[in-house]
Write a protein that binds this ligand. Structure first.
Ligand code: SF4
Length: 198
């Protein structure tokens, strides 16, 4: 049975679904079954929103200030669960909430979900992954056409509605791509976080 909540480094993470609308070439799911305190993050069946809420209510968050929605799947593919779980985490556990996402939640859900997210999510980290459409399609292999502009549009909508919005890339990208990502960050005013690839 996969863990719904797990610890990784200094945070508690919520693994609410294994569904994803991308097939990234670098996805950690193809390398190992679990991360941090979780031996496996593969659910036999995806948890219901009631099961996720129960896991949050029963978890001892002593010493932790934030719950991060990030597991072996894209959290916005289980939007109802994400919204309810984040609400419970904030209202009942007094936690900050962060969403790590591929930024394709609007396309997945067929509407602009940012106003709903903004009510229960304090910060968003969006995987930028690549500096342009061609590279993005190649690396993330999304289920949608032109995923890059859809992801950029989502990030732009988040800015101004959600407290903290960041793009993230890993430092294995060629320096020319990193520079283009920096330029996009400057143009949009969305901060860029360059993570070290481990
Ligand atoms: S979006 Fe995340 S979970 Fe989905 S394939 Fe890419 S890295 Fe894996």
């Amino acid at each position: 049975m996969a863990d719904i909540l797990y610890k990784y480094k200094d945070s508690v993470y919520a693994n609410i679904t294994n569904k994803c609308n991308c097939s990234c070439t670098f996805c950690i799911r193809s390398q190992k079954d679990g991360i941090g305190s979780a031996d496996t993050l593969w659910h036999e069946t995806n948890p219901t929103k009631e099961e996720v809420v129960e896991a949050i209510r029963n978890y001892d968050f002593d010493g932790f200030e934030e719950l991060v929605f990030c597991g072996y799947g894209e959290p916005t593919c289980a939007l109802d669960t994400l919204l309810l779980a984040a609400k419970v985490a904030k209202e009942e556990k007094h936690l900050k909430t962060r969403l790590n996402t591929n930024g394709l939640g609007n396309e997945e859900n067929g509407r602009n979900i940012v106003p709903e997210l903004s009510k229960v999510i304090d910060s968003v980290s969006i995987s930028l992954n690549a500096p342009d459409t061609a590279r993005y399609q190649e690396v993330t292999r999304p289920r949608f056409d032109d995923g890059f502009s859809k992801m950029v549009d989502f990030a732009t909508k988040c800015k101004g509605q959600i407290g903290e919005v960041k793009w993230s890339i890993v430092d294995v990208l060629p320096e020319t791509d990193i520079e283009k990502c920096r330029q996009l960050s400057d143009q949009t005013g969305i901060q860029l976080r360059i993570r070290h690839f481990t």
